[in-house]
Every structure is written in C-alpha cells, then in structure tokens.
Ligand binder design. Structure first.
Ligand code: GLA
Length: 378
C-alpha cells in the first residue's frame, strides 16, 4: 500500500503527539499498578516515582527491587540505565539479583559459617563453598509490604519485611525497612533501617546493574569510574577476603582518578584474574560520610553521570563478569560486562574477620544506613 503525503504527515504527527500526551498525563508523583502474582498467589505491585524533570524510578515489592531508572542524556533523551525486566516472570526466574535489595548479609560468608556470642551459625551455601547475598533465598526473593510515603520532598515508597528468627540460619527476628525517595535534583535516596530481638549480623545493599549508555548497550568498558578508596580487601579464589586491607596504589584497582573500566580490566593482575574482572570490596577513605563523594561514573557518549554518596564503609565494584548474554530484558540482551554495580556495603565475610568493621546488630539498637545515587549529565 502506498501512503498519501497527508497520511504520512498525520502518522508523524501521531508519533510525536502520543508520547507528549502520555507525559502530560503522568506528571510528577507516584503511581501504583499491579505487576502480577508470585507462584503462591502473592500480589506484586510496581511503583513509579517521577520527579518534575521527568526522571522516573520503578520499584516492585518482590525483592524490593529497582526495575527501571529512566534519566536524560545530554540531548535530553531518556533511557533506562539499569538492567531489568518489564514482567514479573523475569524476576521470578533465575537472574543475578537485578536491582534487588540484598540481605541479610550482602556478599559472601565463607563456608556459610560464622560464630556469634560463642554459637556457630550456618547459612545455606549458594556460591561454591560460600553463602552469597543472604543464602539460597535472600531478601531479593521475599515479598515485602509496601506503602506510598510521598511527601513535599517528592515521591517515596517504603518497603518492610520481617525476617523471622532462624531464616536462612540467621539469629533474631529482624524488622527491615527500605525507603526509596526520588528528589528534585535527580537523586535517588535509599534509607535502610532495621531492628532485631537477638544479636545478629547484617549487611544490606542494593544490587542495581548500571549501564549509563542505556540497559542493553554492549559493555561498560568505556564508562569512566572514580572510587574514593585508598584501599581494598583482596580475595582468594572463592572471592572471600584474605583478611588483608591493601593499598590500591600501583595496582589496576586504583580508581582514585577517573579511569576507563576497560583500561586495565584484562591486565595480568592476580586479583583481576580471581575476580574475572572487577568484583572487589573498595574501602572508602572517608567512611560513613554522606556528604563526601564515594564514587562517580561517567559515560562519554550519553554524557550521563552517577554520583554515589553513602554512610557505608565500602563499595563492591562489580563489572558484570558473570553476565553472559543468556538473559534478555528491558533493554535487550545482557552481555558479558554490560553493566556495573556500586554495592555500598560493609566488607564481605566481616563476621569472620575481627579486623573488619563490625556487622553485629544488638537488640535495642536502631540500624540506619543511607545511599544516594545522583544522576546528571556533563
Ligand atoms: C556480587 C558478587 C559477584 C556476583 C554478583 C551476582 O556483585 O560480588 O561476585 O555474585 O553479586 O552475580
């Protein structure tokens, strides 16, 4: 069929008008929608937080996961900059913690074993000889209660989960709340709070996979990364810290000046070989200070930038070395090293290293930690 000139014009007009009309309808604020049910019939919701400049963050109460973050590039084009799925099925199926809340213990516990107050605890192993990200069923696979807590400061959603005493082998009933708030300055703030009724260990983080050129883009090797870390914790062949706290100086783990991810990732460095790339805990030089820049990532083609601020003492910088192109999501195929994570955290395996900052939480204490991801363009 041949289209008339007038018809073509009206098609173009429609293509231009539809997104405009849509964005006019969905102004800043919070929207809640059904996102399907888990296999045992629990209702999952998806919350969309939007700020006045159009930045949009989507969160689901399955695993308290961030499923999408849409931000502008330097030409004011919006793209989703995190790996995720637009259907619940993607999250229910096997996937490497896309956007998830991680707990009770982020990263690895050697042999899934630790001793607390003289008693030995065992977490089910799910990463070779170790327990990773809270054991076989971590917070990333729990259904959280969720409520809209938006305020004059902007849209916000609060998720709550009660992890019962003994779940995944951890002691104490642990009440955990995670609040995601989107500010006017394109800052996504994550506040974690927790209380326990028995001594326990805790290491909470978020496992968003960023690609600032847009999810589904080939690699993150051209992203420039700055990590405000003079030291890191070297690992053994199972990615458990050896216990040393080593200077980054003179190693390919020195990101104190912005450096391309790909510049040194395949160099003959033992730590990079063990991690199959970057998969290391960087010790922040100004630990615990939310006002100090902890990490910065810039993507030259889009001009997009993330600045990360945190009260946590460290960041796991991981370059998607285990992504292998088998998963397909929002942005296309998720290839090897096509995303990076900035998991703000305590050091891995801290319960087994008395020289690492403690991760023990006692009854009567209020745990609180905050991480901010601020998006901009250069
Ligand atoms: C963390 C770990 C990695 C990997 C990913 C998930 O970043 O440090 O080794 O397990 O989670 O695939």
């Amino acid at each position: 069929m041949k289209l008339s000139f007038a018809h073509s014009l009206s098609m173009i007009a429609l293509a231009v008008c539809v997104p405009l009309a849509w964005s006019a309808q969905s102004g800043p604020g919070l929207k809640k929608e059904d996102f399907g049910k888990t296999s045992d019939g629990k209702q999952i919701f998806r919350f969309t937080l939007k700020n006045p400049s159009g930045m949009e963050v989507k969160i689901i109460n399955y695993g308290a996961r961030i499923t999408s973050i849409k931000v502008m590039d330097r030409k004011r084009k919006f793209d989703d900059v995190v790996l995720g799925f637009d259907k619940l099925a993607g999250y229910l199926a096997e996937n490497p913690y896309f956007g998830a809340a991680i707990g009770r213990y982020g990263n690895r516990i050697a042999h899934g074993t630790f001793t607390l107050d003289g008693k030995e605890y065992h977490i089910p192993l799910n990463d070779g000889p170790n327990a990773l990200h809270g054991g076989t069923t971590g917070f990333d696979r729990r259904v959280w209660d969720a409520k809209d807590v938006s305020s004059a400061g902007g849209p916000a959603v609060e998720l709550h989960y009660l992890s019962p005493d003994g779940e995944m082998g951890f002691p104490g009933n642990l009440n955990v709340t995670i609040r995601y708030s989107l500010g006017d300055k394109n800052d996504l703030r994550i506040d974690y709070t927790a209380t326990t009724d028995k001594d326990t260990v805790l290491n909470l983080t978020n496992h968003s996979y960023f690609n600032l050129a847009g999810a589904g883009s080939e690699t993150v090797l051209t992203h420039r990364v700055m990590l405000a870390a003079d030291k890191f914790t070297p690992v053994d062949s199972t990615l458990i810290p050896t216990g040393k706290i080593q200077s980054v100086a003179g190693t390919p783990l020195d990101f104190r000046k912005p450096t391309r991810v790909g510049a040194r990732i395949d160099s003959k460095d033992e730590q990079l070989k063990l991690g199959k790339g970057y998969d290391h805990n960087f010790v922040l030089s100004r630990s615990g200070d939310l006002m100090v820049l902890a990490a910065k990532v810039e993507e030259p083609s889009s001009g997009r930038v993330i600045e990360c601020f945190t009260t946590e003492p460290a960041i796991q910088f991981y370059t998607g070395n285990f992504l292998d192109g088998t998963l397909h999501g929002n942005g296309g195929v998720y290839r090897h090293r096509s995303a990076l994570t900035l998991e703000t955290q305590h050091y891995p395996d801290s319960p087994n290293h008395s020289n690492f900052p403690t991760t023990v939480l006692h009854p009567g204490e209020d745990f609180h930690s905050t991480t901010i991801f601020r998006f901009s363009t250069e």
